[in-house]
Ligand binder design. Structure first.
Ligand SMILES: [Zn+2]
Ligand SMILES: [Zn+2]
Length: 192
């Protein structure tokens, strides 16, 4: 073999090894930002829209903490992570248009949010701040069609219902679980 051919073979081998290593590193489960536990591919999208890696326990804990400290009313749709495992998104009512939700959906969401005030949490009797819907009340992704009566809840009792679903979700939250944001809105599963 000529020297040039040998050189080319060596370059290809080195290049291939580097590429292989990079792909392996990229796919390797990452460490939880809070406790350092390995094997996490779950993401949380924080208040700065930054994706942070968390283990499943801290993902649920962080979400609970953030929703409980949010002062906005919200509509929460029971997540079906078996069918839509990607993420749990929060769209505030101003973002619905950007997210291509039809006006009829926006109007329905606003009218549901308007009715929360004055209700008591069904579980604990505190002031209700959430209109909670069962996943069967929702024909994905058509929020304009939600006509069922919600269960009125406080944030704490809402988190007690949703956190176990986050903990037992079958796949990694590759699209992330989202911080509730700075306006009233709706939590729903991620379509993609
Ligand atoms: Zn952790
Ligand atoms: Zn309650």
């Amino acid at each position: 073999m000529e020297i040039d051919t040998i050189k080319i073979i060596i370059y290809v081998l080195i290049g291939g090894t580097i590429l292989f290593t990079l792909i392996r590193l990229a796919n390797r489960p990452k460490k939880c930002d809070i406790c350092g536990a390995e094997k996490s591919n779950d993401y949380y999208i924080n208040e700065s829209c930054k994706y942070i890696v968390l283990c499943r326990n801290h993902l649920a804990e962080n979400w609970k903490k953030d929703i409980k400290s949010s002062k906005y009313t919200m509509m929460v749709i029971e997540p079906d992570f078996n069918t839509y495992p990607g993420g749990y998104m929060y769209a505030n009512t101003k973002e619905l248009k950007e997210w291509q939700y039809p006006e009829s959906a926006e109007n329905n969401i606003n009218s549901i949010l308007d009715k929360i005030s004055g209700n008591k949490c069904r579980e604990c009797g505190e002031t209700a701040t959430v209109a909670y819907f069962k996943k069967d009340d929702y024909e994905f992704p058509n929020m304009e069609n939600i006509k069922a009566d919600p269960t009125y809840l406080c944030k704490s009792c809402t988190s007690v219902k949703v956190a176990p679903l986050i903990l037992s979700a079958p796949k990694a939250f590759s699209e992330g679980i989202m911080y509730p944001g700075v306006d009233r809105g709706v939590y729903h599963v991620q379509e993609f």
